[in-house]
Each structure stands twice: as structure tokens, then as C-alpha cells.
Ligand binder design. Structure first.
Ligand SMILES: C[S@@+](CC[C@H](N)C(=O)[O-])C[C@H]1O[C@@H](n2cnc3c(N)ncnc32)[C@H](O)[C@@H]1O
Length: 215
């Protein structure tokens, strides 16, 4: 894959700026859908796409998974490594600062690929990345995608005029363009959860949840 240097620089600059603006961006807790879905699966090899500060990867390692966490931000990866060491699971996780736009996944094998809120204001070919990641799944392996169904009320986007297109669960599956004969759709639905915003305000948010299993 040919890296586009301007795009890569913009992507890195955006996410480094995002993580560099505060000492910690995320709560450190795993995403609830991940916990709900993965608790029922036997542990194996997991890949966390856009792992951020490592909350999901650390929880997976605590459940017995051998985890690879990839993120474009070196700041986020540094925090994820430190948190894994504190949690005593550093030996079960490989964190790497990687631009997934140029990651091929060649020769990698996983039993779970997780992409929780793998969104970016700097455009990435998300579907191509998800397809490449899905290609690394062994038969019986699961692909979990959790994405926003709408802007949280506290987001800084112009909700009335921003033309960002949120995908429905069915569109999310269709975008992947995976061969039906090779993949079984186990979950494709909206789920609601209560969340707390930056100023302590609460709101009911909609997550789009997709879980596919490789036949
Ligand atoms: C909205 S955050 C979600 C973080 C984490 N998965 C979570 O649920 O808290 C999206 C993450 O994707 C990462 N990201 C965006 N584009 C990326 C790319 N092309 N390659 C690797 N990571 C990327 C960002 O650095 C950021 O950490």
C-alpha cells in the first residue's frame, strides 16, 4: 500500500493533537458492547483497531486473550502500554503505533477483530481497513464493529449542518462487502446506552453494533 505522506501527516497531527490536549482522553474502562459480546467467546488472539489508550485491549488481556492493539497516535500507544503495565497484563498485549491505512495484516491470524468507535474526522478508507482486518480472522473468528449512530449532544459538530453520514447496522454490513457464503451476521442492531458528557451531563446514546462470524 502506498502511503500518502500529506494525508498521513494530517492524520497523525489530528490524533496527536487530540491526545496531547489532555493527560487522558478516555475513561480507561472497556466499551460496554465489547464486554457484553466478548464475554461469551473463548479467549484467543485479538486485534483492536484504533485501540486509543488501551481500555479494551487491557480488558481483553484480563479475560485471557493475547492482544494486538494498533493506533496511529504514539501518545495514545504510550499511555496504553503504561496502563497495561499497571494492570499487570503487559506481557499479553503488543501495542504498536501504526497507520492502519498502510497496514496490510499480511501473515497475521486472529480469532477476534474489534473496531470500537474506529471513527476519524480525517478521512480514512475505513471499509478497506475493516476488510483487511477481517481477512486475518481464522474460521470461526468474530469481527465486532461498534460505531456511533448519531452525534452525542455534547459533540462540537454542527449537528444541523454537518453532512456526516452515520451508517445503519445494515449499511455497516453492506459496506464491508464480505461474501455472504463465508460470513454469518450474528448481530446487526442499534443499542442504547446512557453516557456522561465532558461537563457531567448524561444522555442516551445510540451505538450501531455489528458482529460477524467467519464460517
Ligand atoms: C474515536 S477513537 C476510539 C478509541 C477506542 N477504540 C475507544 O473506543 O475508546 C478512534 C481511534 O482511532 C485511531 N485512528 C484513527 N485513524 C487511524 C488510522 N488510520 N490508523 C490507526 N489508528 C487510527 C485514533 O488515533 C483514535 O485513537
Amino acid at each position: 500500500m502506498e502511503p500518502n505522506h500529506d494525508h498521513a501527516a494530517t492524520l497523525t497531527e489530528f490524533w496527536e493533537g487530540h491526545y496531547g490536549a489532555s493527560e487522558r482522553v478516555w475513561s480507561g474502562r472497556p466499551n460496554r458492547v465489547l464486554v457484553d459480546v466478548v464475554s461469551g467467546l473463548p479467549a484467543g488472539r485479538a486485534l483492536d483497531l484504533g485501540c486509543g489508550e488501551g481500555g479494551d485491549a487491557i480488558w481483553l488481556a484480563q479475560q485471557g486473550w493475547q492482544v494486538t492493539g494498533l493506533d496511529v497516535s504514539t501518545t495514545a500507544i504510550g499511555r496504553a502500554r503504561a496502563a497495561a503495565t499497571t494492570a499487570g497484563v503487559a506481557e499479553s498485549i503488543t501495542f504498536a503505533a501504526t497507520d492502519l491505512a498502510v497496514w496490510t495484516g499480511a501473515g497475521e491470524h486472529h480469532d477476534l477483530v474489534s473496531a470500537c468507535f474506529f471513527h476519524s474526522p480525517v478521512e480514512v478508507d475505513r471499509s478497506a481497513i475493516l476488510r483487511r482486518a477481517a481477512d486475518t480472522l481464522a474460521p470461526g473468528g468474530h469481527l465486532l464493529i461498534v460505531s456511533h449512530g448519531a452525534f452525542p449532544p455534547w459533540s462540537k459538530h454542527d449537528h444541523d449542518h454537518d453532512d456526516y453520514q452515520f451508517l445503519s447496522p445494515q449499511q455497516e454490513v453492506a459496506e464491508l462487502a464480505l461474501t455472504h457464503a463465508d460470513w454469518e451476521t450474528l448481530i446487526a442492531e442499534d443499542r442504547s446506552r446512557e453516557a456522561t458528557g465532558p461537563n457531567g451531563e448524561t444522555a442516551l446514546l445510540t451505538d450501531v453494533v455489528v458482529l460477524l462470524r467467519r464460517r
